[in-house]
Design a protein around this ligand. Sequence first.
Ligand code: BG6
Length: 367
Amino acid sequence: EKGGWSSFMAKEVAEQPEAVAKTILGRVHDGQVVIPELDGLDELFIGINRIIITACGTASYAALVGKYAIEQWARVAVDVELAHEFRYRDPVIGADTLVVSISQSGETMDTLMAVKYARERGARTLSICNTQGATIPRESDAVVYTHAGPEVAVASTKAFSAQITALLLLGLHMGRVRGTVADASVDVAELQALPEKIAKVLASEQEHVEQLAGWMADTRSVLFLGRHVGFPIALEGALKLKEISYIHAEGFAAGELKHGPIALIEPGQPVFVLLPSPRHSALIHSKVVSNIQEIRARGARVIVVAEEGDVAVLPFADEVIRIPLAGAMFEPLLSVVPLQIFAMALATAKGLDVDQPRNLAKSVTVE
Ligand code: BG6
């Protein structure tokens, strides 16, 4: 039940610290990530030269964050493919390929068909799923469950955070098995600090973002820019807005701006920019700051999600939303939170039912 919350979505956004904590629980031992469900399955990760992560919707954006983390830690090439595209071409896969599928419900037909197809073609299969005993995990060689608890709102929030968490765990687990991560202690500490940091974003930015959405209730289009792991978060921020507030929204890789999307910038156009911490990469940070200057010069209304204490952006931002300091791979779990709140608040300001958006179903069990 909703408890005291105005919607299931509001409740589920607030439950994210717990969803992440429960997904980590029991999977860290002596400063290392050891996922008990994968015990005895090392061969899934050794002798592969390629991983394909397949999913639909929000889960496919979690997959994109997973690509960055798994490549960095496990040193194996990762591609992300929408399940319905993967299944209907002739992909080059076989015993040297691990196909990872991600599904909150575990019943999405497009994703299920992709898993069956991968198995028929001799690939190894692993699923990340939030529903015990669902069809997709039953069809896979291995499963890593997310422990977000039941998600009722159609637009996914806490399941998305739990999926990213599971992918980070999987990346560190694989890195240990493959011998590519010598010391995971810093990353494990980052993981374990996440629930508290997410709670901090909720406590410190909720009102600010709601107020922002209130001012923007008449907005007809919102753009989102991100780079590195901020790119999938830009896509997810745009998807949340489309799903529940029916506003045209697009997410872009910030580097792509000059190759097309900058033509969309006109005075007053709201643009969210996910600014990565300068501590991760001064170069990436400076590139995104330049993007902010470029769109501001063309009159965009710039809302920046930036690390606490990053003042580089202050002269060029109309609004700054602050997130705590976190490692590069962990920042998406913090930066997505204000975007979820924004979508929810804008839908509410428009008088819409945030839990039951028109034309959408929580789980699509037809192809
Ligand atoms: C969609 C839902 O149709 O299915 C999305 O409306 C969801 O919110 C997508 O992201 C994938 O669902 P699942 O259960 O496979 O993660």
